[in-house]
Design a protein around this ligand. Structure first.
Ligand code: NDP
Length: 282
């Protein structure tokens, strides 16, 4: 039987409705700022989409378009202004940044309680400590999509392909918090198939078009495809969707899977950031 398709847009819509409701009920309007440096076409598409959704749910939104040659000090000054701006509760610096900028330094300059992406050491550290504050949005998106299947996570074998700080590692940590038995694979993993074939839950975030084939997936598995790869035939994920959907139990499409959910989680993080900033929650 072919896999059930996990409709990321539909799951995201439910979250967006709740976010909109919470904003309407809130005395203060939550504010999100996005800083975009240069004119990377993919980054522009992502930022446009985030802006559209932020405005739709009713957030106060401010966009900073900076020249690609902006100096590191110039960018740090803008982040400092945003840190002080009381109308802005969450900030995203769209990555990647140009070569003259030290990405780590920039991310670390964001106040942890305004870190809508959840990439600062304080937020990542709290995730490691099982004391979640602002959790990276794509990792949250993966977990929510897995939960949307209604299947149990505790005790299942979960395999995450990719160990980036922004996707693979935080996703693995969230699955560990849900009591899955987690394996993390990466480019030096020997015999990837041996691992993926054992996964009840398989999350793939490696940026390699259609790397995961049908014969690498356990029948009935939940497969979450994070990858976004631009090919001559359009956008494809890291999973060979047409083949894998014949064996998996559940699968996310690309586009229309993790992408829309990531944006919903970013906006939700902005609401959480406002509460954390006000000391309503930690
Ligand atoms: P990175 O390039 O930072 O990390 C890729 C990871 O995949 C690395 O850990 C790397 O291993 C591993 N890897 C690479 N090749 C292989 C391989 N052949 N076998 C096993 N592991 C491999 O990417 P990101 O984590 O930032 O993003 C991953 C993908 O997800 C990209 O396509 C990106 O565009 C997409 N993405 C999608 C989002 C969404 O909202 N849908 C959000 C963020 C990212 P090693 O560490 O050894 O180098």
């Amino acid at each position: 039987m072919p896999a059930k398709i996990i409709d990321g847009k539909k799951v995201a819509e439910k979250f967006l409705k709740d976010i909109n409701k919470n904003i309407k009920q809130s005395k203060e309007k939550p504010g999100l700022a996005i800083v975009l440096v240069g004119k990377n076409p993919a980054s522009e598409i992502y930022v446009n989409f985030k802006e559209k959704k932020a405005r739709e749910v009713g957030l106060y939104f401010k966009r900073f378009n900076l020249d690609k040659n902006v100096s590191q000090d110039g960018l740090l000054r803008i982040i400092d202004d945003i840190n002080q701006n009381r109308k802005i509760h969450g900030v995203i610096v769209q990555l990647p940044l140009p070569d003259q900028i030290d990405e780590t330094l920039v991310v670390d300059s964001i106040l942890p309680h305004k870190d809508a992406d959840g990439f600062t050491p304080v937020n990542l550290g709290s995730l490691v400590n099982d004391d979640n504050r602002l959790v990276p949005a794509t990792a949250r998106a993966c977990l929510e999509l897995i939960k949307s299947t209604g299947q149990k996570i505790a005790g299942k074998n979960a395999v995450v392909v990719g160990r980036s700080t922004i996707v693979g590692k935080p996703t693995a940590l969230l699955l560990l918090q849900e009591n899955a038995t987690v394996t993390v694979c990466h480019s030096k993993t020997k015999n990837l198939k041996e691992h993926t074939k054992n996964a009840d839950i398989l999350v793939v975030a490696c940026g390699k078009a259609k790397l995961i084939k049908k014969d690498m997936v356990k029948p009935g598995a939940i497969v979450i495809d994070v990858g976004i790869n631009r090919t001559p035939n359009g956008l494809v994920g890291d999973v060979d969707f047409d083949g894998v959907k014949e064996v998996a139990g559940y699968i996310t499409p690309v586009p229309g899977g993790v992408g829309p959910m990531t944006i919903a989680m970013l906006l939700d993080n902005t609401l959480n950031a406002m509460e954390i900033g006000k000391g309503v929650r930690f």
